[in-house]
Design a protein around this ligand. Structure first.
Ligand SMILES: [Cu+2]
Length: 155
């Protein structure tokens, strides 16, 4: 009986600790951005801007092809390194992702199939970012087809 009471007390203490931790997180709520992918657009909603901190992106493929969302820190899509020679893993004109410094690569959703949603959370500091889809398929390279969008993080 004594043992059992001790167990209950420990469980209660853990519950209290957990609730406190949850409250602390709630104080800094993430900004939620909806990102719609389609042929061949990438649309952050309600806007292409968020406050610095935790930004949760709910990325939905509203098109018919598989897409992705890659987020990098860059002044614009024009300064991103591009694939310039044929015969490699990616077509000419695609973003050369391996040439982007690691410190500027925020992360990516991976493949998002038509009708699916992938949620990805980023810690972003103020600055300019670019989100894009770099998928190559029978239609060509999606970035080359205009599937990119600037994203600004403010203080
Ligand atoms: Cu795409």
């Amino acid at each position: 009986m004594v043992k059992r009471t001790f167990g209950v007390v420990v469980t209660m203490a853990l519950v209290v600790a957990f609730v406190s931790a949850t409250d602390a997180c709630a104080a800094r709520k993430p900004t939620v951005i909806t990102v719609d992918l389609s042929e061949f657009t990438i649309a952050p909603l309600p806007s292409a801007e968020a406050k610095a901190g935790t930004v949760r992106m709910k990325v939905t493929d509203k098109g018919t092809l598989t897409h992705e969302m890659v987020l990098v820190r860059a002044a614009s899509e024009t300064v991103l390194p591009k694939v310039t020679s044929a015969g490699g893993e990616r077509t000419v004109g695609a973003v050369d992702e391996e040439a982007i410094p690691e410190k500027d690569t925020m992360g990516e959703t991976g493949d998002v199939k038509a009708g699916k949603t992938v949620t990805k959370t980023f810690k972003l500091r103020p600055g300019k970012y670019v989100m894009f889809c770099n998928i190559d398929d029978a239609s060509g390279n999606h970035f080359s087809k205009g599937m990119s969008m600037g994203f600004v993080v403010t203080k």
